[in-house]
Design a protein. Sequence first.
Lengths: 279, 304, 377
Amino acid sequence: MRRRPIFLITVLCFGFAFFYIPILSMMVYSFNGSRLATVWGGFSTKWYVSLFNNRQMMAALLLSLKIAVVSATCATILGTMAGIALARFRRFRGRTLFSGLVTAPLIMPDVITGISSLIFFILLAQWIGWPAQRGFTTITLAHITFSMVYVTTVVQARMSQADRSIEEAAMDLGSKPWQVMWDVTLPVISPAILSGWLLAFTISMDEVVITSFTTGPGSTTLPLLIWSKVKLGVTPDVNALATLTVLVVGVGVAVAGWVLNRAERRRDEDARLAYRANE
Amino acid sequence: MRARLAGWFHRRGWSDLMVALPYLWLVLLFLIPFLLVVAMSVATKTPTAPPFSFGGEYPLVSFADYARLMQDDLYIRAFLTSIGNATLAMVLCLLLGYPMALGLTRVSRSWRNVLLMLVILPFWTSFLLRVYAWMGLMGKNSWFNGLLTEGWNTVVPASWAVTSIPMMNSNFAVVLVMVYTYLPFMILPLYASLERLDPVLDEAAMDLGSRPFRVFLDVTLPQSVPGIIAGGMLVFIPAAGELVIPTLVGNAADPMIGRVISDEFSVATDWPMASAVAVALLLLMVVPMMVYSHYQARSEGGER
Amino acid sequence: MEAVVTGAAPAAETETPFIRIEGVSKTFGTFQAVRDVNLTIRRGEIFSLLGGSGCGKTTLLRMLAGFEEPTAGRIFIDGQDMAGVPAYDRPVHMMFQSYALFPHMSVEKNIGYGLKHEAMSKAQREARVREMLELVQLAPFATRKPHQISGGQRQRVALARALARQPKLLLLDEPLAALDKKLREHTQFELMSIQERTGVTFMVVTHDQEEAMTLSDRIAVMDKGQVKQVGSPTEIYEFPQSRFVAGFIGSITAFEAKVVSVTGETAEVEVPAFAATITARAVPGLVAGQKVTLAIRPEKLTIRQERPAAGNVVEGTVKDLAYFGKDSLYRITLPSGDLVAVHAVNAKRGTEALRVADWYDRVWLSFEPGAAILLVE
């Protein structure tokens, strides 16, 4: 009696068309020979050539990667600490404020975080002379601050699902609390830490509003460069850049998804075999 | 000395550090900057650098900027535009996202994993580039605009015919792109709450005489309210404070509140005014947040 | 067209069978869940489908409810062909194994849910809900949500909800499985008394033979999608027609045997494991020289220390004994090495010394000719 949910399938198809037609259109137009970004002028790969010859673009990409790696790593360390602390330490002084502080950046509009960081850095420079100039350091500090709370969220969620009794077992077998943390807890939540790092990295690579407030002369990240180009309108080399981004991310996510899917299937299969063996 | 340090570490130093490091970081780089903004909102603009002071006379603070906020048409309109656009985007996301999330629970397992990945995929690509993709589609000469124009011209009488549809730089464009970029935020929590529902309940309702649509209204919809609230908040909150989308595709004459804050700060260098608007925006967002956490607490309480 | 009337049931009960299942099969892909099932169910009886997991009983139930459409065959309820009738239009309601109570609705809302589709006034509807609440003794809990009541109360809400619309047939999917043992016994009798009071035809699906035996007027034992035997609990227990049914209901010990001779009502059978020839009640179609199975239930055997004078007698040694209080289970090793189980009621009060037999005792087992079951299938 199960009927095919035709309406739902139709909406799903429409939704996915809505998701992907703009992206596909952008990819097609990245091979447009015409200078006018929206008028088709024959197939050409010249925008890709000009993209790779654009030294400003390459420098921006490099800066973005540097900031993303450094900030994601620091954010992962700090965020994991906070996540574990919130999940495992039931009571400590100022817990309420702390849990507020790790949620607030998630919902704070970028503009407000941006101007508050800028005001903070300017006043700090006035009072203690540091940071004398805004740039790599200030951008990285700001990025760490807002991306660490994403890591915290991921780690905390994983921690609350993890089986507590294995930690108690380790403690029962004579490990000191911090050894339990190192030997048992961290390995168990390592997938969450890894996805936290990836999340922080992606967010940092993509961030434009807060970066635009905390940057200084000479420090142009890739999103800032795209932002300044795009504000003036549609340009073909951004199409080419977008196509490359989508391809890199798409391949990465597809591979990750395939690996995870396979691991899950294998786990199901193993469980079934084990169950059968028990019967 | 080393032994004493190790002893302290073993006892509780490590756990103190785990809390203290991220705590200090957030206080220093998030809380203090935020409090500076709150303080700034009651300062007075001066032509100095940095461009503010706390007056010379008692009580040193000034609420003039908040008063201006209530009276000046510009700010009131910006707030209304923000709330309007964000609400519209939220409702449209719900109307499109709900059937999509429900559809995802009805397809086979292997398809479901692929489709979920396709929902999440845009998250990992650049937000800026996703907005940009629509700039290409909405432009006057684009194939998409051409298609829509042709469609429009065939349905309406000849006198209404247009050469292209003016989509860019309008609130329509802002809402459209918001729906596009925030739709996954709606689909994912909805999917999570719909997937948990027991399909046997649908059968029970059908067994008791309800047709499929009735089953949806009586059983599925009421149980997915927490998902609807979560998704709605996840769309509304970032949409209300959005800066990038209105800057790129919005109408500069009818700005949203994020744009106003940014302009007051950078263009007009009126830090106190920008701060006052920012505080007002936050207060505005506290209301839906409280609704959200109220429902969150209730749904968690109900399961216990 | 005429359904076959089985057994010697009085004519009054079988004018027209209330529910007819004719040649129903169901295939999922290559898997045949139900094969050619024919059943007739009378108005107002409690009918059980009994079988292990995967025997097709749940699929059959779901076809009656309208959640699955048969691949072949037809189902009639009160004379009406159910083919193409969706679940929501059938006069059949179900009590789900998980109860499937709507978690966002109160007890009374749950019970009244099906009544929304009836043409009745608000007052009538409320009266009906109250009546149902009284029936299952849940009136004080009317406004509670399902998660605020106990498992047994939930079960009663599910029952009341399914009964509220006065279905022609109530399907109960493992009605007692989720209850603990003590509550189960009590609930069994309550279910029977509610059935009696409402007169609704019950169809119970269960894997629990005791549950089926106590609840049902008739039982259909299912295996691998087929109905193996239909009959009253006594018929099924005392006169199983196949090894499967004999083994599924209660415990039984089976031996290979060969028919020596058949004379009227009785047959002489040679049982190698007993190293003896036995007299047993014959079954139709038995011929001399035929290989059969001889099955005997533990409580039908009598255990003695001295050899009885005549009758069916087997010698053995006590290998194990388990004392349960009201009775004891002995496991006896036969000379052939086979084991046979014997139940003995401890009718006399006393210490271990008063036991019929002890470990390693040499004993004699005897039984009536009618106690041995001969199985051809």
